[in-house]
Design a protein around this ligand. Sequence first.
Ligand code: 13P
Length: 251
Amino acid sequence: MRRPFVAGNWKMNGTRDGAKRLAAGVAEGVSGLEGVDVAVCPPYVFIPEVAQVLEGTKVAVGAQDVAKEQQGAYTGEVSGGMLKEFACRYVIVGHSERREYYCEDDALVAEKFASAQRDGLLPILCVGEKLEDREAGRTEDVVRDQLEAVLDRNGISAFAEAVIAYEPVWAIGTGRTATPDQAQEVHRFIRDLLSAADAEVAAGVRILYGGSVKAANAAELFAMPDIDGGLIGGASLDVAEFTTICRSAAV
Ligand code: 13P
């Protein structure tokens, strides 16, 4: 069925040497581990060396963002084609930190999703509500709007070559994890929403949970029927934590 997937989002952390050490530690920690796909998403500048360290291992490389354009006068941007040249397989799009701090709206996220796929990368599309949305009972409305923007732009078939990450904003970096039931409810909602467009695509798409996942709580989250792995922030910077999380996802 769906193969579990655990990706580490290193965010803007680490040093050049530290990134290489972390990558090597993860590769060693998950070598021989079957039944789960594993990726790490370092900051752009570390990608070439991390990709070298990971070559021939089971750990794939992803980026944390991508330009919507393919090339040209876009100062500061990095295109999907450039990432592809450095062995990236995945790219995170629409992370809540990009939405919040860099004013990325649903339309831009939908363009970035398209851009990633145009260049042969698998987007990891992040969606999730803020605390005030949840408290006002608007979780499903927010997640629906975020998904529909990408669906309207790219069509349901695009989700056959993509990953979704449900990351409630209130759970990111706060130590406050969604309960397995809370997460499952939204994961189910996402799958049902996609299913209305194409049941087969919906059944096949991997939906990761992200938000304060740690070695200590990963197994109970991954045991839920619609949670297919995790997108891990803080805990992905620690080899032992991250590899334990990967092990909890393996089937
Ligand atoms: P934390 O695991 O640090 O809460 O971050 C989650 C996240 O934002 C992954 O993209």
